[in-house]
Write a protein that binds this ligand. Structure first.
Ligand SMILES: [Zn+2]
Length: 269
């Protein structure tokens, strides 16, 4: 209670601390939602999720804290595969994150499209640059690397604290986990979220991946959904700004990724 009050009091004293307050519940605050109508809601989500990097919106561009600008919307109409391979920042929000259903609809992969320039600028343009921001997190006795930027490692620690409260029978899902790895997405030419130190793959043994379960299928084919990761685990990650690959039509159920901007535009009621 005392801690909460301290956070709250400091939270209203400055905008920087206010962002910390917003971060703790991973919902877009009403203050930000109602502020400046010239700023699109998606930009406000980015500003709330990444206050150490994103300052605002000007001339249809995202304005970074270092003063540089980045195109937000390229105005192009893209088919499904182009959305994945050539996503602009706006395309990252095309599919709302829907926590009301457990079986994702056809081609709904919220957060799977990433603008590579955006993430490289934030987390590092090379493996070495990303690594300079990585810290060790104790994942159930396993040392894993996660970025300290944007409160990602702290959010993962908060996830761990909650997962630790689950019954002993859940422990098997936390074995054989992995996180940072500078690499391309399997079968594609774009960088995986693991390259930025914002993703963790848990429980390899109990994981399902759309291509393993549906061999030979292409992105736009109809596929059969499969998930063995308990919902309790997914919900805990989601509470702390992570998205789950179990929410994707192209499921990757071991995969959890720190994407607070996507979580803030979720459908949950
Ligand atoms: Zn993964």
């Amino acid at each position: 209670m005392i801690l909460f009050l301290l956070v709250f009091v400091s939270g209203v004293s400055s905008s920087q601390n206010n962002n910390v307050l917003v971060r703790t519940n991973h919902r877009l605050s009403d203050t930000i939602k109602k502020s400046d109508d010239t700023i699109p809601l998606k930009i406000k989500c980015l500003m709330s999720a990444y206050p150490d990097f994103i300052k605002g919106y000007e001339d249809d561009s995202l304005v970074w804290l270092d003063g540089s600008k980045m195109q937000f919307d390229d105005g192009l109409t893209k088919d499904f595969e182009k959305q994945l391979n050539e996503a602009d920042v706006e395309d990252m929000f095309l599919t709302p994150y829907d926590t009301t259903m457990w079986s994702p609809s056809y081609l709904k992969d919220p957060g799977r499209a990433r603008n590579e320039s955006f993430f490289r600028k934030m987390y590092g343009n090379t493996s070495a640059e990303v690594q300079s921001h990585l810290v060790h997190v104790n994942w159930f006795g396993q040392k894993i690397l996660f970025t300290s930027l944007n409160g990602a490692a702290d959010s993962l620690r908060a996830v761990i604290a909650e997962l630790s409260m689950l019954p002993q029978s859940y422990k098997k899902y936390f074995e054989q986990s992995s996180s940072f790895y500078w690499r391309k997405v399997r079968g594609a030419n774009r960088l995986s979220a693991h390259s930025y130190g914002i993703a963790i793959d848990i429980c390899a043994k109990y994981s399902d991946y759309w291509l393993w379960a549906n061999p030979g299928k292409k992105e736009k084919d109809e596929i059969v959904y499969k998930n063995r990761v308990p919902r309790e685990i997914i919900t805990i990650f989601e509470r702390h700004g992570f998205i789950s690959g179990a929410r994707w039509y192209h499921f990757d159920t071991m995969h959890f990724e720190f994407r607070p901007e996507i979580r803030w535009l979720q459908i949950d009621s």
